[in-house]
Design a protein around this ligand. Sequence first.
Ligand code: NDP
Ligand code: X2W
Length: 344
Amino acid sequence: MKVGVIGATGYAGQQLLWFLNNHKETEVSFLVSHSYPDKTYSSIYKNYRDFIKSKCISMQNMYKYLSSVDIVFIALPHGKSMNIAKDLLLKGIKVVDLGADFRLKNYKIYEDWYGLNHEGKELLKNTVYGLPELNRNLIKNASLIANPGCYPTASILAIAPLLKNNLIQNSSIIIDAKSGVSGAGRSLNTSSLFCECNESVKAYKVGKHRHTPEIEQELSNINNENVNVLFTPHLIPMNRGILATCYGKLSKSISLDNIQEIYEEFYSNDYFVRVSEDIPETKWVKGSNFCDIGIRFDKRTGNIIVVSAIDNLIKGAAGQAVQNMNIMCGFDEYEGLNFPSMIP
Ligand SMILES: NC(=O)C1=CN([C@@H]2O[C@H](COP(=O)(O)OP(=O)(O)OC[C@H]3O[C@@H](n4cnc5c(N)ncnc54)[C@H](OP(=O)(O)O)[C@@H]3O)[C@@H](O)[C@H]2O)C=CC1
Ligand SMILES: CC(=O)N[C@@H](CCC(=O)OP(=O)(O)O)C(=O)O
């Protein structure tokens, strides 16, 4: 399978190459960068010396190579994928977009939260939200995948079994999530500077983070009922990882053991979600495509507490994108992705 990567020099793009380079079924045909055209990839990321010998190409040059690819990954900032995806789909090329442009089914909600005009509205109907654990069958036949955001991946996987089994009140969900700094990408950005974020933890975009409508959309789809969430992201001084601590009021009396069984059953066919009796830590999943989940019940307040951990660049971005490609192309779902986290 021949693949192309647009946005190859960003953090998500380079993480994709890490996987694609080790994947039995893929050959990378081109790497697009508008800042480094004609530069060898390994001169930008020196860890790839002797592994990736190709040069980056510009977006304009990419069009010459399109007849030779089957699937293209787009890892650009939001707002940049819409027209590119249209061109690729017209040529019969499958697309996995790691950004946010196709995640929200209602373009007006996208326009409100992202402050941009949606230039690919007509594609939204046939776009599949690429969370394999909820949408595997749709992904199999999709041409355009909206790869989920990092916080939504951790949050939706944590909460979906509760909603599916009508165990919590729809309006009681609170998500308190923390992300490593690579979540903000590699572009120059003051709040990602070492002196700004080291030795500090902050909540940001409080009450207005763009992942709120994405989480609500997918959770509402589970039972076709409106779900609202209170979502607060935090930046913590580590490179990778997301820990989402999710709370909801139980709507019926049930033991923790039963809830644990419900989670294990819900994810029984989902290799990359591991339901644990312990409370997960980001280092259990760092460098891997796993989402680890642990559950507790607080009797005093009647709240269930579900903690999920992912690597934002892997299950939250590039790993999930490769998992989606594997499903779309009929490969083994674990191909190229099957290894545990790196410790320490
Ligand atoms: N970081 C993460 O944890 C996650 C990221 N994502 C999403 O993946 C996408 C990529 O994120 P990430 O890799 O972190 O971001 P980066 O900022 O690290 O990389 C984005 C890349 O896009 C290219 N680019 C930047 N600006 C423009 C522009 N104006 N026009 C065209 N190309 C541009 C740049 O490469 P060049 O100049 O070489 O072309 C840049 O390296 C984003 O949509 C992000 O939201 C999703 C989930 C998690
Ligand atoms: C730490 C940090 O800044 N994280 C980013 C997450 C970005 C991301 O992955 O989300 P999209 O793909 O939806 O842009 C943020 O909060 O905006």
